[in-house]
Design a protein around this ligand. Structure first.
Ligand code: PSU
Ligand code: MN
Length: 314
């Protein structure tokens, strides 16, 4: 059963109706709109991702914090607002778990909070949404032994009951350490039709996944079993970028190395790191990485819809 409507949360009527009737809903995040992609591709992609969820038979619920309220399900105008505000970063706060109280208390200069994977999971779970599609999750950064930079997304996967479909950890991260962290925290990592964890822009990170599952119905049964057992927490469903859109590993690695060097030289730290690196890699690959990012998000939206449909039928 879905939890009762939360006093801080506004669900779009279509989303609330679907949830009340046990029909499939897919959560979508908003940091990717405001901080993950440039305007106008960010808005075009967000709308195309919603359309892909609908084509897959589920209702999309893009999540953000707007004017002091948690929102599950945005209008086109609200998505546009987030996308345009992303050009002026001071207008929209990149909001993870620790930022939500400030946005709700109205003490931030920004009226808009773009939710990361972690914050989107929290709001999805409050609404009763169990499946969420993103591009790539945050993870353990390269050099984390010195910087301690580990995304709050990983802790959220350990504690919040949502299945997250992604194309692997973002390639700017240390993927082996990210997998170790997920193992320590008991987060299942499922490869959808793949044996190796995908690495965002490329299909193979060189690290094996725990389990390969080839059918959305099998993934839905694992979700059901985990939560029926009272284990709580999330699952990571890794969905490789379609081969025709994957980028050659060497070219991406060169761009990432250059972006990391720029970040270090400019003293970029904290939550600015990931948006900075994604933007630099996009410039250094002449836009190729953005094109790949758009395609992998669409691919994840399609799989998330299929998983949500299977989970609703269980
Ligand atoms: N996936 C993308 N682009 C993004 C992100 C994910 O394709 O911009 C965002 C997500 O919102 C994720 C965040 O939660 O990057 C991770 O940020 P950090 O490393 O600061 O935790
Ligand atoms: Mn970080």
């Amino acid at each position: 059963m879905r939890p009762p409507e939360h006093p801080l949360l506004d669900c779009r009527p279509e989303v609330a109706a679907s949830l009340a009737e046990g029909r499939p809903v897919v959560a979508l995040e908003s940091t990717i709109i405001s901080h993950g992609m440039p305007w106008p591709q960010n808005v075009e992609t967000a709308l195309a991702v919603e359309a892909a969820v609908r084509a897959g038979g589920a209702v999309p619920a893009t999540i953000a914090v707007i004017d002091g309220r948690l929102r599950a399900g945005l209008s086109t105008a609200q998505i546009e607002r987030l996308g345009r505000a992303g050009q002026e970063r001071e207008q929209v706060l990149k909001a993870s778990r620790r930022d939500l109280p400030f946005l709700l208390a109205g003490v931030t200069p920004q009226a808009l909070g773009a939710t990361t994977v972690a914050a989107t999971m929290i709001i999805a779970a409050l609404a009763g949404i169990r499946v969420f599609a993103t591009g790539g999750i945050g993870g353990v950064h390269r050099g984390a032994a010195a910087s301690f930079d580990i995304s709050a997304d990983l802790q959220e996967l350990a504690r919040t009951e949502v299945a997250v479909v992604c194309a692997g950890p973002k390639a700017i991260l240390d993927i082996g350490l990210t997998l170790e962290y997920l193992e320590t925290h008991g987060v299942p990592v499922i490869g959808y039709r793949c044996d190796a964890l995908p690495a965002f822009y490329s299909r193979d990170s060189g690290c094996a996944v725990d389990w390969r599952l080839d059918e959305p119905a099998a993934i839905a049964r694992v979700m059901q079993a985990k939560w029926a057992l009272g284990l709580g927490g999330g699952l990571l469903i890794a969905n490789p970028i379609p081969a025709e859109f994957a980028l050659p590993r060497e070219a991406v690695d060169r761009a990432i190395d250059a972006a990391l060097a720029d970040a270090a030289q400019q003293g970029i730290a904290g939550k600015a790191v990931t948006p900075f690196l994604l933007d630099r890699v996009n410039r250094l690959t002449g836009g190729d990485s953005l094109a790949a990012n758009i395609q992998l998000v669409l691919n994840n939206a399609r799989l998330a819809a299929a998983v949500a449909v299977a989970f609703a039928l269980r």
